[in-house]
Design a protein around this ligand. Structure first.
Ligand code: NAD
Ligand code: MG
Length: 392
């Protein structure tokens, strides 16, 4: 491998993509953004190409290919333009990169994430939905091809840092995922009925894309993270706990059989997790200042409220059911979050729609990717058709 690590940033125009590019740009001797990929926003992708000068730029929306190609040409940039999922998978699997930041949002990120795992790349995995949908296949593909997965979710990255070698062994008793509680922490169910999309995406501690921000407000994000932790670290639901910690400074904890608990602390800024993944096993600068606990003052912890935030229990239920259930959960949630953001359903209809879909499509064993994709598609169809019944 050359001295410079060539990094493909998938979801480059998003929140994680921007943080990854910020860290990469701090280390020109060590890191290079060689591939940039985005969904449909050509102008934002062109701006990133001007700033980071990758070899390849990919727009998922094929109808935007000409705009990308012509924009690159007009800017005089020696960047090759591509469009569509197949082109992206080819670049991810080929020589254009040795490291992949998987930061596409939702199940749309599955194929490129799998392609990186199968090609044995270092995989900085932010796209948690791909683990929820196909965790066993994805981790088996990574193991088979010798791909190193570094979790880019603050909690799982914290656990990765606390575990010797990043792996669970018999010395680990349980994992404790912390949750900020989101913008509605402390409210009861009745007080959540009328909350708006603008209030839901205004996260008190983290600046993130709209989908994960709504997931944080419903606590579905923490539910998805329990499933994510199960796949990354191989522990059952009963040994993965959730603790609300409103300051978002303790990013998660690992309890060992000898009574020790290790935690990772830091300011809530994803550049730390990305620097861990980009530099691993070395520590590299991320631009994030250190933590001044005297200024921060205190660390509080409380239990999540299962009545106001039923999504956490729905996700645990899907994990225990296994098979197609997590795929159904995640797909129904994507439909529900998008309907909520469009003003078509209320906040409390999100868990309602997910529970309805889980009940309508009971879990079956999922042998392969086709069965999981079919479950994902069936859940989307069911949830979409159920929206009028749930609409507030
Ligand atoms: P975002 O909405 O800010 O960005 C999403 C990116 O995905 C954009 O670049 C968009 O162009 C791209 N995209 C969307 N659909 C696509 C498609 N079909 N093909 C190719 N690209 C597509 O989202 P985000 O907050 O950066 O989150 C990205 C992922 O990281 C999510 O899975 C999220 O759960 C996870 N994550 C984010 C954070 C965070 O702090 N933002 C923390 C932990 C995990
Ligand atoms: Mg997280």
């Amino acid at each position: 491998m050359s001295a410079v690590r060539n990094v493909a940033v998938l979801g480059a125009t998003g929140s994680i993509g921007g943080s990854a590019l910020d860290v990469i740009a701090r280390h020109p001797q060590r890191l290079r953004a060689s591939v940039l990929a985005a969904g449909g926003n050509v102008d934002a992708l062109l701006a990133l190409c001007r700033a980071h000068r990758p070899d390849h730029a990919v727009i998922a929306d094929e109808s935007r290919f000409a705009a990308l190609r012509d924009g690159l040409r007009a800017a005089g940039l020696p960047v090759r333009a591509y469009a569509g999922a197949a082109a992206l998978e080819g670049l991810v699997a080929g020589d254009a990169c040795d490291t992949v930041v998987a930061a596409i949002v939702g199940a749309a990120g599955l194929d490129s994430t799998l392609a990186a795992a199968r090609a044995g790349k270092r995989l900085l995995l932010a796209n948690k939905e791909s683990l929820v949908l196909a965790g066993e296949l994805l981790t088996a593909a990574a193991r088979g091809a010798g791909a190193t997965i570094v979790p880019i979710d603050s909690e799982h990255n914290a656990i990765f840092q606390c575990l010797p070698g990043g792996r669970v062994d018999e010395g680990v008793r349980r994992l404790v995922l912390t949750a900020s509680g989101g913008p509605f922490r402390g409210r009861n169910r009745a007080e959540l009925a009328g909350v708006t999309p603008a209030q839901a995406v205004a996260h008190p501690k983290w600046s993130m894309g709209p989908k994960i921000s709504v997931d944080s407000a419903t606590l579905m994000n923490k539910g998805l993270e329990v499933i994510e932790a199960h796949h990354l670290f191989g522990l059952p639901d009963a040994r993965i706990e959730v603790l609300v910690h409103p300051q978002s400074l303790v990013h998660s904890l690992v309890e060992f059989v000898d009574g020790s608990t290790l935690a990772q602390l830091g300011l809530p800024d994803m550049r730390t997790a990305l620097a861990v993944g980009l530099g691993w096993p070395k520590r590299i600068a991320s631009g994030v200042p250190g933590l001044d606990l005297l200024t921060q003052g205190r660390l509080d912890f409380e239990a999540p409220d299962p009545d106001a935030f039923p999504c956490l229990a729905l996700a645990r239920q899907a994990l225990v059911s296994g098979g197609t259930a997590p795929a159904v959960l995640s797909a129904a949630n994507e439909v529900a979050v998008s309907a909520f953001l469009q003003g078509r359903i209320g906040f409390l209809n999100i868990p309602g729609l997910v529970a309805d879909t889980l009940a309508a499509l009971p879990a079956t064993a999922a042998g392969d990717l086709d069965e999981l994709r079919a479950a994902d598609a069936a859940a989307r169809r069911h949830a979409l058709s159920a929206i009028p019944r749930h609409a507030a």
